[in-house]
Design a binder for this molecule. Structure first.
Ligand code: 5GP
Ligand code: MN
Length: 340
């Protein structure tokens, strides 16, 4: 399976894009800054090339991302099912952003599987699936947004990146690198950021919109999480937070409100692994973060039907929240050696 972007492949993809009449871009469900930024950034660029493009998200995105140019044009699949299905039916080139397996698009998986138009997948997660005509996957880049920039450059369209596209791609890089604090950013990341800065992007605006734009309730929920719900398991260099539905409701939980919560336990000196448990209606959603070589993605895949990157992963389980915590604690013991 060829995941690289050779000159030959770039030419083929470019031709396929230019030949397409109706392009759709789809991102993973519960889209984050990288999924949304890559999708909208590429959408804006293709629009500039005169293409007819639709962006689809399986479900709603966080308010904190509702500043990107044309975000209001995104079709929220589970809210506008009919339009979404019609658009996919008409699609003659499908672009998939920021996911490695089709299960990440949730309820749209069977629909996309049935589509027979050519497709392109741009992603940076390990173990990419083989469900696209053209696969561009690179785990060494910080973000899908960074890889999208590389594609745009290979296609010869860098001069088409304007401030709006630049701000979307920058948001993807900024959020996936934890504002350039994770080890995922490399010299090339900063070269790309420099190039985006030259398009006139308002990086302070992007930062403020994403990180200084929380609701009062979100801050109170974070307060509760840190004061009463943070559990420190010193023996495993692990700490976690679990929030029940009642606790979420008390602070009027909105999508995206708990974004970033999972990073806080890692600020405790000596902590190498952190987890966030969110009780949902019929399942428990988990987020994991790790430092160094502890494989958060392996842990997520093995016990919680998930996956992700080495240091940032997630999963889901049908277990209740307390049962999930019990499994988590139980399995930590198996990883005790690696957590030393
Ligand atoms: P987050 O904790 O921010 O929701 O997700 C961090 C990373 O973990 C994501 O970028 C994604 O790669 C991965 N991830 C999160 N949830 C899931 C999941 O349910 N399944 C899989 N395969 N990966 C997930
Ligand atoms: Mn990403």
């Amino acid at each position: 399976m060829d995941t690289t972007l050779s000159e030959d492949k770039a030419t083929q993809i470019k031709q396929a894009i230019l030949a397409a009449e109706k392009i759709s871009i789809i991102m993973h469900h519960n889209p984050d800054g990288d999924a949304l930024g890559s999708s909208l950034g590429f959408y804006l660029l293709l629009k500039k090339l005169g293409k007819k493009v639709t962006v689809i998200s399986p479900n709603i995105y966080s308010e904190l991302l509702a500043w990107m140019k044309d975000h209001e044009r995104i079709i929220i699949g589970n809210k506008n099912k009919e339009t979404c299905l019609k658009k996919l039916e008409q699609t003659d080139f499908l672009i998939m952003m920021d996911f490695n397996v089709l299960s990440r698009i949730d309820w749209l998986e069977p629909i996309v599987r049935k589509m027979d138009c050519p497709s392109l997948l741009i992603d940076h997660h390990p173990n990419p699936c083989n469900d696209a005509t053209y696969l561009i996957s690179d785990t060494s880049v910080s973000s899908t947004a960074e890889l999208t920039y590389e594609c745009i450059e290979k296609f010869g369209w860098v001069d088409k990146i304007d401030r709006d596209t630049g701000e979307c791609l920058y948001a993807g890089i900024m959020t996936d690198t934890g504002c350039f604090s994770f080890n995922s950013s490399v010299p090339r990341t900063f070269e790309i950021v420099a190039s985006l800065l030259n398009t006139g992007i308002r990086k302070d605006m992007v930062y403020a919109n994403v990180y200084n734009n929380y609701s009062y309730n979100r801050m109170k929920l974070l307060g509760l999480a840190l004061k009463d719900k943070l559990v420190n398991m010193k023996e495993y260099h692990t700490a976690y937070i679990a929030l029940t539905q009642d606790e979420q409701k008390k602070y009027h939980f909105q999508p995206g409100d708990t974004e970033g919560f999972v990073n806080y336990p890692l600020s405790i000196k000596g902590t190498r692994f952190s987890a966030l448990f969110l009780e949902k209606e019929n399942h428990t959603k988990l987020s994991f973060r790790s430092i160094g070589d502890f494989p958060a993605n392996e842990f997520a895949a093995k016990y919680f039907n998930g996956g992700g990157h080495l240091n940032a992963a997630g999963g889901e389980t049908n277990l209740g929240i307390q049962e999930s915590i019990d499994v988590f604690v139980d399995k930590l013991a198996e990883y005790a050696e690696k957590l030393k």
